[in-house]
Design a protein around this ligand. Sequence first.
Ligand code: TRP
Length: 371
Amino acid sequence: MGKIILTGDRPTGRLHLGHYVGSLRRRVELQNSGEFEKIFIMIADAQALTDNADNPEKVRQNIIEVALDYLSCGIDPEKSNIFIQSQVPELCELAFYYMNLVTVQRLQRNPTVKAEIQMRGFTSTDDDALQKKGIPVGFFTYPISQASDITAFRATTVPVGDDQAPMIEQTREIVHKFNAVYGETLTMPEMLLPDNAACCRLPGTDGKAKMSKSLGNCIYLSDTSKEIKKKVNSMFTDPGHLQISDPGKVEGNVVFTYLDAFSTPEHFAKFLPEYSCLDEMKDHYRHGGLGDGTCKKFLCNILEDILQPIRERRAAYEQNIPLVYEILRKGSEIARADAAKTLTDVRKAMKIDYFEDSELIRQQSEKFKSK
Ligand code: TRP
């Protein structure tokens, strides 16, 4: 059996550079590696509703934004199947069965669920908190729904950031349990982490935390050159590096963190031939004599180099939105057909395929005849 990828994103906003280094860039590489028999990329609208119950229209509006970001980054609908989660109702059915294989206590121990309960203010005593003192059942059980997403497509490989590790672990437990109870039916998935640690957690432009829309520290894939220049120029560097001649720190200096994530020797040859590589540039900065302005200009050039083709592709797709919906419709159809096949296997394993089970009908007939 060939390898199958399933991964996805919640459509709650446009995608940013954190998504790009953490997952999108990798997905395109995996797509073009030819190593995978099938690739499914899911826009997780139903999962997004689990913590946006008060704002369903936001989720609805952002489906197209995420689709445009995928396509503009080089996800090729001929090679990767992009689909919308809610259009595959088989996923709900599967989750309903899995719910019996997971305890409330186990869900309560899921570190991502725990962190998000805090972050979303579900248990806040503040009356203005998003969900007004309470955890929506759908939110609490979303790891189970995520196990359905992964297993419905028989994914072998789930490329995600390390924040998703508890979800994959939970999925593996469900697969193990299901196969133990009903016989070998589901495929055991593996998580695939980004290979470069700097890419796992790209900080926001303020250097404080991961890029996050609510913190306003994101560079979006769809930002204009002007917006990018402004954001790079306002980036946090080393507050002790006042004069160009002062020695500077590269640790915790956002410009260098971004250079770690994005710069290649080709970028040096093209934009900053004084140095052959990032280590040389860092040495100069540490010793003094290299100004923030030069570093920022270099970073702007690199980001422009990466984002310009993405921006152009996006602009072209933006002129043809019906085509993008058509891609999503076709992708959802293909996804649904695959999920339906898995559901047939699952029902059979669970022996709830009553009308297909001629042995059951025969046995019951005998039982009542001999009464
Ligand atoms: N939870 C993921 C996120 O927030 C999105 C997602 C939903 C997902 N279902 C998935 C990722 C299945 C990988 C596999 O980004």
